[in-house]
Write a protein that binds this ligand. Structure first.
Ligand SMILES: Cc1ncc(COP(=O)(O)O)c(C=O)c1O
Length: 384
């Protein structure tokens, strides 16, 4: 029995290796102090912020490091409830519900809301967690061309009448391309064709708008997008996620979202850190300003070196690579010079790329080091 399992596993791994698609856990490399991490989603540098660590410690002392059970059994604390109220206020919605991760929030929310008689219209480049949620929901799904409202509208026009409820899902800033969805236009289409709208703000929460609440709030659209999702694992520098919306939505998810009901509550220590993170995000505007200043510097460097940048809309800067092998070789080349930038390959994306993320914490010297190595890489690429 084990023989056949091992044979199956070796065969599958071999296929990935031959296609330059095998992934590696590179812990030994990133613990090396010489390495500068240019691909983390810790956009505002909050993951190592002392006041967050202290808040986590104090919360753990008071409530425990682990919640001990799911929220509906005995894992609910005042910290969880207070944090949800603070997130709802931050987002400008009636209510919010915490999940243990963005992946959890997406799969359970979509699966709770949609079922067989329904249809989901999903941007073709939506994150894997959205795709998993769609699959789990058992609803019908049509992917529309990336960011293409014409494609979305065509699909809705020809199919909407056949189904009970319909949901349009998109990210606000796309995680692997860095481009921005036209939220106002998505709302217009949703309202015109009687579709619900869900927006994943994993890569815009904490970064966009006057208080960092995200792209939706910065465009004053918080009352027109009924299902708003965001992660606490990226700009917040911690872990977890939320769904924000009205009281009815949150009450419904408490009854039906499986990863909320059947999973141990988010650690009280993390909740404490998140409260502090939210406070800093709302009050320390300089973090966002520095992040986008660094993003602009990196984009200028890449443009001047003639790299093909997939999009310039955000802090996520992706450089197209000719194929998987060269993408891996380029990442390895940079790593040798102390720069960690991952090669992103299928199935995460359609075409291989190097994904650089800006962060508040990069220094001038670190960005100069990146510039000189991207110059060397560009020369090397022409010979590969
Ligand atoms: C767009 C998007 N949604 C959801 C997630 C999942 O979030 P988390 O890492 O908190 O599980 C990610 C994370 O990579 C993401 O990029």
């Amino acid at each position: 029995m084990n023989d056949s399992l091992n044979k199956f596993l070796s065969h599958k791994l071999d296929i990935l290796l031959k296609a330059d698609l095998k992934r590696e856990l590179n812990l030994p490399k990133i613990t090396n102090k010489q390495i500068i991490n240019f691909c983390s989603n810790d956009y505002l540098g909050l993951s190592k912020e002392k006041s967050l660590i202290e808040a986590a410690y104090q919360s753990a002392l008071e409530f425990g490091i682990g919640a001990g059970a799911s929220r509906l059994i005995s894992g609910n604390t005042k910290l969880h409830s207070d944090l949800e109220i603070e997130i709802a206020t931050f987002k400008g919605t009636e209510n919010a519900l915490l999940f243990n991760s963005g992946y959890d929030a997406n799969i359970s929310t979509i699966a709770a809301l949609m079922s067989k008689p329904d249809i989901i219209y999903s941007d073709e480049l939506n994150h894997s967690s959205i795709l998993s949620g769609i699959k789990l929901s058992d609803a019908n799904c049509l992917n529309y061309n990336h960011l293409c409202l014409k494609s979305l509208e065509e699909k809705i026009k020809s199919t909407r009448f056949q189904y009970r409820n319909a949901l349009i899902i998109s990210e606000s800033i796309f995680s692997m391309d860095g481009d921005m969805a036209d939220l106002k236009a998505l709302i217009s289409v949703a309202e015109k064709y009687n579709c619900w709208l869900m927006i994943d703000e994993a890569h815009s929460t904490g970064l966009f708008g006057e208080n960092g609440a995200g792209l939706i709030k910065s465009l004053k659209l918080e009352n027109r997008i009924p299902i708003q999702m965001g992660t606490c694992s990226k700009a917040f520098g911690c872990q977890g996620a939320y769904i924000a919306g009205n009281n009815l939505l949150i009450e419904f998810l408490i009854q039906r979202a499986k990863t909320f009901i059947y999973s141990t509550a988010l650690s009280p220590a993390i909740c404490g850190a998140l409260k502090q993170s939210l406070k800093l995000i709302s009050t320390e505007k300089w973090r966002r300003e520095k992040l986008f200043e660094n993003a602009d510097k990196i984009k200028t460097i890449c443009k001047n070196l003639d790299y093909k940048i997939i999009s310039q809309d955000s802090q996520i800067i992706c450089l197209e690579m000719p194929n998987n092998k060269i993408a891996l070789k380029a990442a390895e080349f940079l790593l040798k010079q102390g720069i960690l930038i991952q090669a992103i390959r299928p199935p995460t994306v359609k075409k291989a790329r190097l994904r650089i993320t800006a962060s508040t914490i990069y220094t001038k010297a670190q960005i100069n080091h990146l510039a000189s190595n991207l110059t060397d890489l560009q020369m090397a690429l022409s010979g590969w």
